[in-house]
Each structure stands twice: as structure tokens, then as C-alpha cells.
Design a protein around this ligand. Sequence first.
Ligand code: PEP
Ligand code: MN
Length: 337
Amino acid sequence: MIIITRPGVTDEELDHIRERIEALGPRTHLIQGEHRTVVLCIGDQQDLANVPMLAIPGVEAVRPVMKPYKLASRQGHEESTEVQIGDSTIGGNALSIIAGPCSVEGLSMLQETARHVKSAGATALRGGAFKPRSSPYAFDGLGEEGLKILSDVRAETGLPVVTEVMDTRQVDLVAEYADVLQIGARNMQNFSLLTEVGRLHRPILLKRGMSAKVADLLLAAEYVMKQGNMNVLLCERGIRTFEDSTRNTFDLAAIPVLKKETHLPVVADPSHAAGRRDLVPALSYAAIAAGADGLIVEVHPNPEMAVSDGDQSLVFDEFDSLMAGLAPFAEAAGRTL
Ligand code: PEP
Ligand code: MN
């Protein structure tokens, strides 16, 4: 950490700044410029995390050198992390395509969807059994019955399943069935939930909160990793802005930013970003071109009858053409499908 002192800082103030820092552990080194003096703090930045630096007389500004998300950061962890999901991995050369309905609505619709997306090249099946809904009157999922359906369909198709956990009380139950536990946008800063899933060894798909900065997403991942679970996938799913031609605003730039900042795999969710199915292919291609390691896409046998997110769900034919159209983008990005 670098402390920049104000012009005209006195020797007494400098001594006090150094004493205050060194009392907490780090060593200090003074660099006297022509106009400014800076104090270099050498040691564990965490020791200084709770110090109100600007309240110390003579301090004008503080610049951290290390990222506050030290486990998620690429600093000191150059190699990209590959996370095992079923028989495949995400974060390596091959793209991962997670597809399926927003909600698990029943066995036959999930079977039909899983068989289809698998034949088109999907590597995992999505489907919510516990659904976070903005309205308390909306369908909120089949619960454990939905989890059982997911596990039956996995047994038949071999596709690993991705499903959401909304509450600390559901973590053990969902972990009994899920290959990947999804933390939804509305729960990205539910720190008790992040801590709880951090105790598992199962991969976590962590979606970016609607008004979360990239750094907030990385700090949320850090909560999970701090507990020992390093298998975190980050998901860009659009953020809230003033723009209302799409459900959310797809933050395409967040993908290469995340790829630079972290070694964790990055997945894009074009369905929740767009909120309408006609835009899903374009956003998918853009995400892969920008460096995403995979996609999570909503697909439904009959979107018109879907109990949630029908507007943004692809029919089977549309998913097939999405997959066919993806090939040149994957190739251009140096990835395989
Ligand atoms: C979902 O995946 O169906 C979902 C609710 O996503 P999000 O948390 O991104 O809104
Ligand atoms: Mn959905």
C-alpha cells in the first residue's frame, strides 16, 4: 500500500503515520519527491484493512498495490483455473455450454429438453428447483421434487446439473443433488450463503448482482474461496441501467476485465441479459469472442407455456442454430466446442 501525504506534511506527522502503520505489523519506507512524500507500506495489506487512513493527520490519499480479492486475483496465480463439472472441465480450451429451462416444471419437459440440448452439444443442464422471483405471487419452483427430477434426468442423459440455492437452510439439500450450485444475482452479496457454499467442494456458479461492480463480484467469490472452495465460476448476466430496450444491460466489457483480473472461469448468460430470445444468439457470439469460457442459456420445449422466463427462452431449433452459429466464433477465439 502507498500512502500519499499532503503538501507540506510535517516531520511530526510523518513520524506519526509511520508509527501508526508499524504498530500494526507492516514496515514503512519513505520516498521523498520534489513536491510530495509518499510512505510505502511493506507487509500484509490485510493488517491495514480497517485503518481509517484519511483520518490520520497529513494523509491525503491511499493507493492499494495488491487486490483485495487475493484468492480470486490473477496476481500471484497466473494460470487459469479449470473447474471440473461432470466429465468435462470449464476454463480450459473447450467451451462449456449450460442449457435448459429457467425452472424445472416436470419430468417430461426436462427430459425432452436435456436430450435435445445434449444432442446439440450442451455440456451441462440448467434448471431451477428453487426460484427467486421478484413477485412473491409468482411460481417459486418445485423444490425438492424439482431436484429429484434433475437427478433422474442426469442419470438418463449423463449431463451434470446446475441449479440454484437461495438460502443457507437449503445448501445441504441442494448439494445432495446438484453438480453445480448456482448463486443468483439477487443473492450475490448474501454473505452467509456465500460462506455456507464455501464449505462444500462442489463448484459454485456465482452470478453478478444487478448493481454489482466487477470488484464486488470478485469479492463475493473471495467469500466462497476463503472457506476453501476454489471451484467458483463467475457469470456476467447483465446489470441494471437506464436502458430499457433489454431486460438488463449486458456488460460485455466485464468479460475481458474479469479474464484479466481473475484466474476463475467466466460464463455469460445472454438470456437474462437480453430478456428476449431474438437477441440471445448475438450476445452469445459476442461473449465468446470477448473471451468467455462458456454460456448458460435458457431453452424450453414450449416457451409460450413456460412458468418463468418464457420470453427469453429459445425453442429447440433456435438452440440448434445458436450452436451452429457459435462454431466460427469459437474458432476465432481459439476455442473448441
Ligand atoms: C436464473 O438463472 O433463472 C436466474 C434467476 O438468474 P439471475 O439470478 O441471473 O436473475
Ligand atoms: Mn430464468
